[in-house]
Design a protein around this ligand. Sequence first.
Ligand code: GLP
Length: 249
Amino acid sequence: MTAVSRAAPIVVERREEAEVALAREIVELVRRKRRVVLGLATGSTMTGLYRELARRRVDEVVDFGGVVTFNLDEYLDLQRSHAATLAKWTEERVLAPLGIAAENAHFLSSDVRGAGVAEDCLAYERAIEDAGGIDLQILGLGRDGHIAFNEPGSSRESRTREVDLHEWTREDAAAAFGGLEAVPERAVTMGVATILEATRIRVLAFGARKAVVARRMFEDPIGPALPATFLREHEDLVVWLDREATVLA
Ligand code: GLP
């Protein structure tokens, strides 16, 4: 880790260029290392990347069978079978298309209660450690500067834990739940410290709605007011923005 950021974003004309670059890096890693540990982000930004990986699995005969995954976060107060869990999202868009077995995929639980939440979070931290740590963490940015569900106010030292979701985050999730009222108010997320322990961090942010957060991520002082700023302390960070994400309205 370095205290001073050397980070600057890579700006691409079209998001596909970033998806191809990151997919290529992941495939190289998977080919080189038998057991690669990937940290997975969900959300609309990631769909093209996962499609590109699935295409390469077939066209370039890539075997993802040795890949171990850890999702970044999950909603709380949802039944495991609920269609909007991030686990389900990942099963459909990542695990099945890439042929990653269920026993290699790790999720935080959406249906634990009371003391079970903290226990689940602690077990998740241990599982990441037991897996040897995360080799490459895929990340998106929330409009309010969150990474995973580390909302503004999250500290540099935060670990996997329960959080309250910001209003903007709930609004952005409303479509997946068929309305804002149905979006959970609580979630569980890897902490900022957990994310920063990944060997490589790769961020994608596309479109005009990410322009403000993408700018602030590099220009604001590093601190909990905008958790994405903490990423600048990581020594192997790459951030891809498409042109639209660099234009402030
Ligand atoms: C969600 C997720 C993040 C994701 C972000 C951006 O709340 N917890 O992991 O990166 O918001 O989502 P999208 O790609 O849909 O804009």
